[in-house]
Ligand binder design. Structure first.
Ligand code: HEC
Ligand code: HEC
Ligand code: HEC
Ligand code: HEC
Ligand code: HEC
Ligand code: HEC
Ligand code: HEC
Ligand code: HEC
Length: 460
């Protein structure tokens, strides 16, 4: 464990806090209501928000009271009051007619006033611009088409539109339903505002990379549930599992299946979750969570809010390559991830796991290269259907990398044999063989089948 003077100070503070809490625990004094009496430390304005909200919308206040920031005197006022000139400035029932302006939207920029380092790291990660870019950058035309054209807008007689053209006349909420209920809630999108500066068109609240009207990016509450913002909660796998799940990136399922998940589920309730950052070390826990491997300080490594920092491979796109550019630095990423394991495993064990991952990536890439070759030949001979979502070969090629291939790669990376094999390579092989059959049939007949042979009854 690394200890600088500051960290020792924090540890002492944490110990004092723990003992202070222990002396007034509800168990010892069962009759004392668990209530935080708020009198000192808050300005009159800040108190007015708290007191009125406590009666009118108590949920927010109750969860805020349970968090550490409330104890440190950070209140609604600090996060929700904005300049009158802010594009997000509006007024609530209680501030109408006063000179105080508020916003229900709170981006990473607000947090950066007091937590600049966390925000700087976060903004460099895939959780910021890349995340919302994935569902709304014009250069991702194919994906935008999936959301706008196939799943909602443009479907049957629904109005068709794209980001660049804005909302066409006559478009309704139905046209937006697929993206606002799905993609956006995990990835985020650009918040659109109505005349009163309040969000419209179901563009808020949104996912991790939400783009706010003042140009700021990212919402921190995806892992730090409001209004407690407890780091203890963010260290648990549930903080990630809300988005990292399902047929295309089953990370929580993978974790549950791994030995590490087994440890968490069997022993986790006895682990110590609240240690200060960089002082949360093996001993507080016996097995790693998502945060331990991807974010938390452990051994020589410091806590980071850049989730790319410890990754070698890109395991999400069609072909896996060593990370570079805006996807991180795979060479140092690998070294850092090995350091994580070295806190609990020996070098022989770590080498075996890293080799397993590299080989799984190699095998998957070989399948992918084969698929690319077949597709190129079909294209050259005019044997690809015009709509990839109605052409069996191209449909299967999507499942090959986006579903089965990701499961194989990510299952191998995070020690989940069932995902690596049965949901992974076994299905990779099956999908690939079906693609080969279609490829051969088309070469033989010189025709594209009239009806897709792929029946979409569920995620492949
Ligand atoms: C540490 C900063 C912080 C503090 C303190 C804080 N909030 Fe928030 N609040 C947020 C964030 C972040 C969001 C989510 C905003 C987003 O997604 O853009 C939010 C969302 C909200 C929302 C809109 C979401 C909803 O459920 O309607 C309300 C209302 C709200 N907070 C009220 C309060 C009240 C009342 C207090 C004081 C008791 C408070 N907040 C204290 C950061 C804070
Ligand atoms: C006299 C009572 C009262 C006071 C004082 C008050 N509020 Fe509110 N506030 C409400 C009520 C009621 C709502 C829910 C109805 C609404 O959205 O206007 C609300 C809503 C909000 C929302 C959500 C707005 C939205 O569009 O969903 C935020 C954020 C908020 N208040 C912040 C604050 C802050 C910050 C202060 C202190 C500067 C404050 N409020 C003072 C009563 C009050
Ligand atoms: C609100 C949804 C959401 C939550 C919660 C979430 N993530 Fe993500 N995560 C995403 C999205 C979306 C991406 C894809 C970003 C992109 O487009 O590159 C992503 C990407 C990643 C990546 C790849 C990063 C990159 O830059 O390529 C890692 C690693 C990751 N998340 C880990 C985590 C961990 C660990 C947690 C919990 C502590 C977590 N995530 C919580 C949505 C989420
Ligand atoms: C349940 C949450 C969730 C939903 C819904 C969702 N995604 Fe994702 N998406 C993620 C996560 C998490 C990742 C990161 C996967 C990884 O690292 O393997 C991701 C990765 C991606 C990527 C690869 C990253 C990149 O920047 O190139 C793209 C593109 C993408 N999603 C587009 C979409 C689109 C388009 C939709 C809707 C049609 C959508 N996603 C729906 C969570 C989600
Ligand atoms: C006005 C300054 C201020 C702002 C703005 C602020 N914070 Fe904090 N935050 C603090 C202080 C001070 C603490 C330390 C509280 C303690 O441990 O005593 C803290 C602690 C935290 C913690 C650790 C809580 C724990 O369980 O130990 C998290 C997480 C956090 N803040 C997230 C956020 C997020 C997210 C935002 C923006 C939505 C934000 N903060 C905005 C001052 C601020
Ligand atoms: C992908 C999930 C995730 C997101 C998104 C996220 N955090 Fe965190 N955060 C964590 C985890 C996990 C920890 C605990 C790390 C550790 O073990 O030390 C943490 C810890 C913190 C702490 C406590 C540090 C301390 O000194 O007590 C602060 C402050 C914080 N985060 C602020 C933020 C802010 C601000 C944002 C938005 C830019 C943000 N976080 C977004 C997962 C996340
Ligand atoms: C034992 C450590 C460990 C745990 C626990 C762990 N991961 Fe990972 N994760 C890894 C390793 C190793 C890789 C592959 C890194 C590389 O490329 O070298 C990885 C890769 C990923 C990726 C793939 C990024 C991409 O390229 O698409 C995501 C997303 C991810 N993890 C999220 C999670 C989530 C969410 C959890 C918890 C539910 C979790 N991880 C638990 C070690 C871990
Ligand atoms: C906090 C300690 C800790 C960290 C960090 C950690 N592990 Fe583990 N790991 C364990 C424990 C404990 C077991 C369970 C051993 C058992 O009882 O079978 C385990 C089991 C495993 C297993 C199952 C095979 C076996 O040995 O039983 C694999 C594979 C594994 N870990 C890989 C990794 C990799 C790769 C990393 C780094 C990316 C890593 N672990 C990081 C503690 C850890």
């Amino acid at each position: 464990m690394k200890l600088s003077a500051g960290k020792i100070g924090m540890l002492v503070m944490a110990m004092l806090l723990v003992s202070a809490v222990a002396t007034v625990s509800a168990e010892e004094y069962p009759n004392i209501p668990k209530e935080l009496v708020i009198k000192r430390g808050f300005t009159k304005e800040a108190l007015s928000c708290i007191n009125c909200h406590a009666t009118k919308v108590p949920g927010h206040v109750e969860s805020w009271k349970a968090g550490r920031m409330a104890h440190a005197g950070v209140s609604c006022y600090d996060c929700h009051v904005v300049e009158k000139s802010s594009p997000m400035a509006s007024q609530c029932e209680g501030t109408k007619g006063t000179s105080t302006f508020i916003s229900p939207m709170v981006s990473s920029k607000t947090c950066s006033r007091c937590h600049p380092q966390e925000v700087e790291q976060f903004l460099k990660s895939g959780h910021a611009e890349l995340a919302s870019g994935a569902v709304m950058s014009p250069e991702r035309a194919g994906l935008i088409k999936l959301q706008f054209h196939y799943e909602g807008a443009g479907f049957m007689d629904n109005k068709q539109y794209t980001w660049n053209e804005g909302t066409p006349e006559g478009a309704t909420g139905i046209d937006r339903a697929a993206r606002s209920s799905g993609c956006q809630m995990c990835h985020g999108t650009t918040v659109e505002l109505g005349p009163d500066n309040k969000p419209i068109n179901e563009t808020w609240p949104g996912g991790v990379g939400t783009r706010y009207p003042d140009g700021s990016v990212g919402t921190c509450t995806v892992c730090h549930e409001r209004h407690t913002f407890a780091k203890a909660d963010a260290r648990k796998p549930e903080a990630c599992g809300a988005c990292h799940l399902g047929p295309d990136h089953p990370n929580i399922e993978i974790y549950d299946e791994s030995k590490h998940g087994q440890l968490y589920h069997t022993q986790g309730e006895h682990w110590k979750w609240d240690s200060p950052p960089d002082a949360w070390e093996p001993g507080d826990y016996q097995g790693p969570t998502c945060a331990t491997c991807h974010m938390s300080g452990i051994g020589d490594l410091s806590t980071t809010h850049n989730v790319q920092e410890r990754l070698k491979w890109d395991l999400m796109h069609k072909k896996s390559v060593v990370r570079s550019g805006n996807r991180g630095d795979g060479v140092t990423g690998e070294q850092k991830m090995k350091k994580v394991c070295a806190n609990c495993h020996g070098s022989t064990h770590i080498k075996s796991q890293r080799d397993t991952l590299d080989n799984a990536v190699g095998l998957y890439n070989k399948y992918w290269a084969g698929a690319v070759k077949m597709k190129a030949e079909l294209k050259e001979k005019g044997l690809l259907g015009p709509d990839p979502w109605k052409d069996g070969f191209q449909e299967l090629m999507y499942y090959l990398w986006h579903h089965t291939g990701r499961r194989a790669r990510q299952g191998a990376a995070m020690n989940a044999p069932d995902y690596a094999h049965w949901h992974g390579f076994f299905q990779v092989f099956q999908v690939y063989q079906d693609m080969e059959n279609i490829y051969n049939a088309r070469l033989k007949s010189g025709k594209v089948e009239e009806v897709s042979t792929v029946v979409s009854t569920g995620p492949l």
